[in-house]
Design a protein around this ligand. Structure first.
Ligand SMILES: Cc1cc2nc3c(=O)[nH]c(=O)nc-3n(C[C@H](O)[C@H](O)[C@H](O)COP(=O)(O)OP(=O)(O)OC[C@H]3O[C@@H](n4cnc5c(N)ncnc54)[C@H](O)[C@@H]3O)c2cc1C
Length: 345
């Protein structure tokens, strides 16, 4: 999902920088080593127009150019992002949005890339990867205040160890809390929608907004949060014995281990469960598609709704496999699948 903003100026000008002076000097646009060139290509380079000026915006985190997104997706697939920002704090996120707006570029927030399929073309604008620096965790009574960059399994473990239930079943969801809230991720009958009381987001003008639960509409693996960066959330939990939660998490992890192709890159469930008695996985399995492959992409032999990268897959292979499975299931069972994985590019 690309966020576009045609305005020339973003609403973040005049913010005071909290960046430490030393950090400012260290950060900014990371430069790649110049490729070695022969005499011919050197002459060609001399004749070609000068490259566009390096963006002058300073970030406390890192801004990379032409960064391959394959490095940041669990599929290990995807072309480059024109710009790729790893913000160190909320102010960096605001500067990133301003940076994109000023260049009339689309922007996109991502977490751990565990629900993404990025095409070969990559992303033409700014990808904001929410992670470290935005991963605060604090308990105030039974309320967990959690930064969007915190990995969901860590949240599940820390709250369980602290004697709080509500997110313990998310122990095996390999994304960030921001991605989990945005997607309304869930597992084993629980989902983020049940525990979220408030979400702090940054909008396309760089403005922070606090959204109360009643302002947000969650659906199965979806929310109406729209074109925002999720920064933080408050979750209402319930007291529970840590030993009981630990035992449950152990069971759930063993169950996952038995049914997940952890040794092969994938992005979890490709399709949403269609809502009837049968899961997407069982419908795909019934159509005889387990193990079916196109190029290097394969329907997992362990879990039919997980499509894996066997090592040589391209994003196009995965997309072709998705289309083949979707059409076959539709033809054989009449069920129309909806994608759970987000396709970028
Ligand atoms: C092995 C495996 C098992 C999985 N099991 C489950 C499961 O049991 N249940 C489940 O629900 N999912 C599961 N998933 C899918 C995935 O882990 C979840 O959807 C997860 O919540 C995505 O989080 P992420 O940080 O990786 O988001 P990403 O994949 O990076 O992004 C997903 C979407 O969220 C948006 N987004 C991410 N972060 C932000 C942010 N801070 N602000 C605004 N938008 C944001 C992105 O733009 C994108 O649209 C599984 C995936 C794998 C690989």
């Amino acid at each position: 999902m690309a966020r576009k903003d045609e305005r020339r100026k973003a609403g973040v000008g005049g913010r005071k920088s909290s960046a430490k002076p030393g950090a400012e000097r260290r950060a900014g646009v990371a430069k790649r080593a110049a490729p070695k060139t022969g005499a011919k290509s050197a002459a060609k380079l001399a004749a070609s127009p000068p490259p566009p000026p390096t963006p002058k915006v300073k970030f406390r985190g890192r801004l990379l150019e032409h960064e391959p997104l394959a490095r940041y997706t669990t599929y290990r697939l995807g072309g480059p992002a024109r710009y790729f920002l790893m913000p160190a704090d909320v102010e960096d996120v605001a500067k990133g949005i301003e940076f994109a707006n000023e260049r009339r570029l689309p922007w996109l927030a991502i977490g751990l890339g565990s629900n993404l399929l990025v095409k070969e073309s990559g992303f033409p604008g700014l990808v904001i990867r929410v992670g470290k620096g935005l991963d605060r965790f604090e308990m105030k009574g039974a309320i967990a205040i959690v930064g969007a960059g915190m990995p969901t399994p860590i949240l599940a473990r820390r709250t369980a160890e602290g004697g709080f239930a509500g997110v313990e079943r998310f122990i095996g969801i390999p994304g960030t809390v921001g991605g989990g809230v945005y997607m309304n991720a869930g597992a084993h009958g629980a989902e983020f929608a049940e525990v979220v009381t408030e979400v702090s987001v940054m909008d396309g003008k760089g403005k922070i907004r606090q959204l109360a639960r009643k302002q947000i509409s969650f659906k199965y693996r979806a929310s109406n949060l729209g074109d925002v960066v999720v920064l933080e959330t408050k979750l209402l939990l319930l007291e529970e014995a840590p030993a009981k939660l630990k035992e449950l998490q152990g069971k759930l992890l063993r169950w996952r281990k038995a049914g997940t192709p952890f040794d092969q890159p994938c992005a979890g469930s490709v399709f949403k469960n269609p809502g009837g008695a049968k899961t997407a996985g069982s419908l795909i399995d019934e159509c005889g598609l387990k193990g079916y492959a196109i190029g290097g992409a394969q329907v997992s032999t362990m879990h039919a709704n997980y499509f894996v990268n066997t090592g040589t897959a391209t994003p196009s292979d995965v997309l072709r496999l998705i289309e083949h499975v979707r059409k076959t299931v539709q033809k054989k069972t009449g069920v129309e699948f909806e994608l759970e994985v987000k396709v970028i590019g």
